[in-house]
Design a protein around this ligand. Structure first.
Ligand SMILES: Cc1cc2nc3c(=O)[nH]c(=O)nc-3n(C[C@H](O)[C@H](O)[C@H](O)COP(=O)(O)O)c2cc1C
Ligand code: SF4
Ligand code: SF4
Length: 250
């Protein structure tokens, strides 16, 4: 059976995981909550967003701690700037002795939109094209096609990634909560690292943030704002059930 492991803030990676399950079968498992044994699966498929030209912290940790010789397939997705994330990921798998078969990338709507807005027509266009872009990716996994990611001639992106990951934990320090907060505690529930708490009647952020932006995008009142900007646009992938983000599908 296929184990389809994913991390997802706004549902883009979950959408891809669901397409893979629909075509190839298997179980969908949410990486931050997975405490089982990856070797229980015949094929291991990991679906992850690209964060800052590399991997999200939790996916990096998951891969780094994996001990398996099962065939491993990785599907990254990003807002259009993959940089050298595929090579970085491929190389990490090789260093860890994993049986990496392919690292592929699919373009999905950009969610790192703290300081700019993605026009709606762009989001819709990317979503419309997604099924066609995902199809060959799934076929390569089904056919066990080996895809070697070559070393880039010059890599100015991976050093930037390694620098950026050192400051991710500080991102939430720039979040604040507006008067629109209804105290629903959804942000507390969905933060993948338990970085949001309610204390003395207030929502507060700790210092464990992994910069996933789940809370920012998914607060129903858009009450979490960045650097006090009152930007209105938020994004949740409309092709998934929001409640399934962060859940397993067995
Ligand atoms: C912290 C952070 C960093 C990101 N960095 C990149 C990047 O370097 N290049 C890119 O194209 N997209 C980047 N993105 C966008 C996401 O990779 C993209 O929107 C992805 O589809 C989100 O998937 P998800 O909803 O499953 O989390 C970033 C998003 C976040 C939250
Ligand atoms: S999700 Fe939004 S509305 Fe709900 S408690 Fe958090 S900040 Fe307040
Ligand atoms: S505080 Fe928000 S951005 Fe930071 S890890 Fe938690 S959900 Fe993600």
């Amino acid at each position: 059976m296929n184990g389809i492991f994913y991390f997802s803030s706004t549902g883009n990676s979950l959408y891809i995981a669901e397409q893979i399950k629909a075509e190839l079968g298997g179980e969908i498992r949410y990486i931050p909550k997975f405490a089982g044994e990856v070797n229980a699966y015949d094929k291991i498929i990991i679906v992850s967003p690209i964060h800052s030209f590399g991997l999200p912290t939790l996916v990096y940790d998951f891969l780094s701690n994996m001990n398996s010789t099962k065939p491993l397939y990785i599907v990254l997705n990003c807002g259009g700037m993959q940089a050298n994330a595929p090579y970085y990921t491929y190389q990490l798998c090789k260093e860890k002795g994993l049986n990496i078969r392919s690292v592929q990338v699919v373009m999905m709507p950009e969610i790192y939109t703290l300081s700019f807005s993605q026009p709606k027509f762009v989001i819709n266009m990317v979503l419309r094209k997604a099924p066609k872009r995902i199809k060959p990716v799934i076929a390569a996994i089904r056919d066990d096609k080996e895809i070697v990611v070559p070393k880039p001639k010059k890599d100015k992106w991976t050093p930037k990634h390694l620098e950026n990951r050192k400051i991710w934990h500080m991102l939430a320090k720039d979040f604040s909560i507006t008067e629109n907060c209804t105290d629903c505690l959804k942000c507390v529930r969905i933060c993948p690292v338990g970085n949001i708490k309610r204390k003395n009647g207030q929502i507060i952020f700790g210092d464990k943030c992994v910069a996933c932006l789940s809370c920012y995008h998914r607060c129903p009142e858009r009450a979490i704002v960045y650097q006090d900007k009152r930007k209105k646009d938020r994004y949740i992938n409309p092709l998934v059930e929001e409640d399934n983000i962060g859940a397993d599908q067995l």
